[in-house]
Design a protein around this ligand. Structure first.
Ligand code: SF4
Ligand code: FE
Length: 481
């Protein structure tokens, strides 16, 4: 298993190029906007070696019969699914941001079972190919970006009816016996520039006639024709300031990237679905369920950070004993632990797929994610309430360090004398980061839209709820027909 340093070195050797804030950047990891997000992924390597967390971060792979980083593990039991949630909560709580490595893990588990089912029905050869590919990922301990979301263009039209067919990523050309050429884009790609590989998946169910859009394949990050355009986050340029005090999270951050595939060749041994429209929806549904489960871990960990910061600022403000503050803190904990309950519940009710790896309970995973679309917002609201208005009006680090006005800031922002005034400002900046700053991309916007928006979860909940069974039971109970 790689160390954090080996991971960082391995990315450097790939010589990735990206467009960041209007400039082509040859080594994006060294860019001030990108660096913190790379450190967050590096943490998933460091934690696999740290005595405190190594057991949580490691698993024994059935593919290579060896210990691997759990972020590359194909779940072999419901217990594995539970451990995944615990690992994600731990990483979220330690970094205070999105650590980006779960999308590839969720993609791998979904592709593993889907290729097995597809081969059984269609006589294709995808599953063994994927096993070989993934054994290599595990052995090399790589980061894989799971790329699902297409731009989708005019939402009222199917892929083939779009004015521009690339608005859904597609196979542009097939070279039998050789590979495929793909064209299109994937939006909102979490941690893309911190990954070694990309697993491209279809964005939704496909129908007959839409074979070109039913494509799943693996692309190395430094493949010619793939372009990366870095996503902005609120207050992101604070990361470029001389003094990064105002960033809020002093070490870690998240990353989202628009990724364009311009006539990219993918050799056959890296193709895991190609035209089997009846399995596009299966793959999407399974991936989405794993990722909806994931949020019951990672968002809870980030919630831990926000709750800790809120309790600390209450103490620093001298209001920690006020009954309404106690009530709000308890409410934050209640909401956060409810999300954790959901993450654990859908995991512990996991079941084996015909391929042998474990799938989460679909209904409970969707309930988990639907709660995630709401509770972090309420937790953030309560944090804002307890923190006070200074959260939105505090002077900059530059003024704090200014010999003329700095003393006034120290004098007038003093609160509970047991705490240093600058420490109080640091805590406020962290709360600001998570509620309205760069960290809110991962903690709030992604909680709403990541792994699909609330409407998608409601559809799945409606489908999975076995309503007819409930109705039949009522009929039996009341002897009515
Ligand atoms: Fe992992 Fe959460 Fe980030 Fe998704 S949002 S990659 S589940 S940390
Ligand atoms: Fe996500």
């Amino acid at each position: 298993m790689k160390t954090a340093d080996q991971y960082l070195e391995s990315l450097k050797s790939l010589k990735i190029e990206a467009h960041v804030m209007g400039e082509k950047t040859a080594e994006p990891g060294g860019h001030g906007l990108v660096g913190p997000s790379r450190k967050a992924v590096a943490f998933t390597y460091e934690a696999a070696h740290n005595p405190e967390s190594r057991d949580t971060l490691r698993a024994v792979s059935h593919l290579c019969n060896a210990e691997v980083n759990r972020f590359t593990h194909l779940h072999q039991s419901a217990e594995d699914l539970v451990k995944k949630i615990k690992m994600q909560r731990y990483c979220g709580a330690m970094t205070g941001c999105c650590f980006q490595r779960c999308v590839g893990l969720d993609a791998a588990n979904a592709i593993y079972s889907t290729t097995f089912d597809c081969d059984r029905k269609h006589g294709t050869q995808f599953h063994d190919r994927f096993r070989n590919y993934w054994a290599w990922i595990q052995k090399e301990d790589l980061v894989v970006d799971g790329a699902m979301t297409d731009p989708k263009g005019d939402r009222s039209k199917r892929p083939k009816d779009q004015l521009d067919p690339d608005l859904f990523l597609r196979v542009k050309e097939r070279k039998p016996g050789d590979g495929v050429i793909i064209s299109g884009a994937k939006l909102h790609q979490t941690g893309m520039l911190n990954s070694h590989e990309i697993l491209v998946m279809p964005t939704m169910s496909m129908r007959s006639g839409e074979e070109s859009w039913a494509i799943c394949c693996a692309v190395p990050i430094n493949t010619p024709g793939v372009r990366y355009i870095y996503g902005r986050q609120a207050s992101d340029t604070r990361k470029l300031e001389h003094d990064t005090f105002d960033v809020g999270n002093p070490i870690f951050g998240g990353q989202e990237v628009m990724t364009v595939f311009e006539d990219v060749f993918v050799p056959e041994e890296r193709v895991f679905l190609d035209g089997q429209v009846d399995f596009a929806g299966t793959l999407v549904e399974r991936f989405a369920s794993y990722h909806r489960q994931s949020y019951g871990g990672c968002k809870v960990g980030v919630g831990d950070v926000l709750i800790g910061a809120t309790e600390l600022i209450a103490r620093m403000n001298g209001v920690e004993k006020a009954s309404h503050v106690r009530e709000k803190i308890v409410e934050m904990i209640h909401l956060n632990e409810t999300l954790y309950c959901c993450g654990l519940a859908c995991s512990s009710q996991g079941y084996p797929t015909p391929a042998g790896n474990y799938q989460v309970d679909l209904l409970l995973a969707n309930v988990c994610k639907l709660n995630v679309t709401r509770f972090p917002y309420e937790i953030a609201r309560l944090a804002t309430d307890v923190a006070g208005g200074l959260l939105g009006t505090m002077p900059s680090a530059a003024d704090l360090n200014d010999p003329e006005v700095g003393p006034y800031i120290r004098k007038y922002l003093a609160a509970n004398p047991n705490f240093d005034v600058v420490d109080r400002m640091k805590v406020l900046r962290l709360i600001e980061n998570l509620t309205i700053g760069a960290g809110a991309v991962g903690y709030l916007v992604e909680s709403m839209h990541g792994a699909g928006p609330p409407a998608a979860q409601r559809i799945m909940i409606g489908r999975q709820a076995a309503l007819d069974d409930k109705v039949d039971r009522i009929k039996g109970l009341l002897s009515v027909s």
